[in-house]
Design a protein around this ligand. Structure first.
Ligand code: BDR
Ligand code: CA
Length: 305
């Protein structure tokens, strides 16, 4: 049976690729998309999510979420993802309106109405989820797990210590890691290894309209270079569908919320600080060839575009 998921996202080029897989893979049942400020402002991330839903002619609701982090000042990543967040392709503009309720309300309603536990897949900062847990703690028992892009055991991509999603709202990340809900940390430790190769990228261009759309936006990613391009957020979907291709290690993750290491995810790898207790399953290795192969196969199967 398909895994019921909700994507909480900030498209964003790699978010767009993750949504492409989530909207189309029959092994996933995407119930709702909620948006958050991150790569660009939330009005733009919401519009980008609506554009993808329209592009694939899907009937998945979109609800707009937090305009800014809980405490920290908002800083976007338009230098990497472009001013629109999804540059390089002309999407249809006749978009279905977002829901007439906030992301937090939509998350609450969808999670509580579901007959099975939902898997949350955040690929932006975790502001909406932190607000949800603070306002409606009862939802926690109705969530199977959180498979979250963000964090790193090694070096950061925003500061030396911090990955972008956790850096954007470290206070929200701390609430989520302390929530007691099982969490899989899909961080830079694997996403910087599983680069989409230049060869894979060029194959996308002539595959079908979805491949062309992804190719045209991915080549605009400010991090694209001759070694390939990290498709960070797509690793969450790959993990859900192919956990056998990813190695995880259980440990305790603490999130630093101030000072020079703000946004750092400190993994208690030796179990020394938390007496062997764990709050996360951390992705530590990935089969990058399997990732590339799967990425191309997924796109090839998509009819609409
Ligand atoms: C994360 O930061 C964002 O820019 C990407 O969309 C991804 O979610 C990678 O650090
Ligand atoms: Ca993202």
């Amino acid at each position: 049976m398909a895994i019921k998921i909700i994507m909480d996202t900030d498209p964003g080029i790699d978010d767009a690729a993750a949504l492409t897989m989530a909207l189309n893979d029959p092994a996933l049942d995407l119930k709702l998309i909620t948006t958050v400020a991150g790569n660009v402002t939330v009005d733009k991330t919401t519009k980008n999510a609506q554009k993808l839903v329209r592009f694939f002619n899907k009937d998945v609701p979109v609800a707009a979420g937090a305009e800014q982090p809980l405490i920290k000042e908002f800083e976007d990543a338009a230098r990497i993802h472009g001013e629109s967040g999804m540059p390089g392709y002309d999407f249809p503009e006749d978009l279905k309106a977002p829901l007439n309720k906030t992301a937090v309300e939509a998350l609450h309603d969808e999670i509580m109405a579901s007959d099975e536990k939902i898997t949350l897949v955040p690929t932006g900062s975790y502001t909406n989820i932190a607000l949800l847990f603070s306002e409606y703690p009862e939802v926690k028992n109705h969530i199977d797990r959180i498979v979250a892009m963000g964090g790193t055991l090694g070096k950061g991509n925003m500061t030396s210590a911090a990955e972008f999603n956790v850096f954007t709202d470290p206070d929200a990340a701390k609430i989520v890691y302390q929530s007691g809900v099982p969490i899989v940390m899909v961080g830079l430790d694997i996403t910087m290894k599983a680069l989409l190769t230049p060869d894979s990228l060029s194959k996308l261009e002539h595959m079908n309209e979805t491949g062309k759309m992804l190719h045209d936006i991915i080549i605009n990613d400010g991090d694209n270079n001759e070694n390939g391009i990290a498709m960070h957020d797509v690793n969450t979907i790959f993990y859900l569908l192919h956990p056998e291709a990813i190695t995880t290690k259980d440990m305790w993750i603490d999130v630093i919320t101030d000072g020079p290491a703000i946004g750092e995810t400190v993994g208690d790898i030796r179990g020394a600080y938390h007496d062997g207790k764990t709050n996360a399953s951390v992705c530590v290795d990935i089969d990058d060839e399997a990732f590339n192969k799967w990425f191309l196969e997924e796109v090839e199967k998509i009819k609409q575009g």
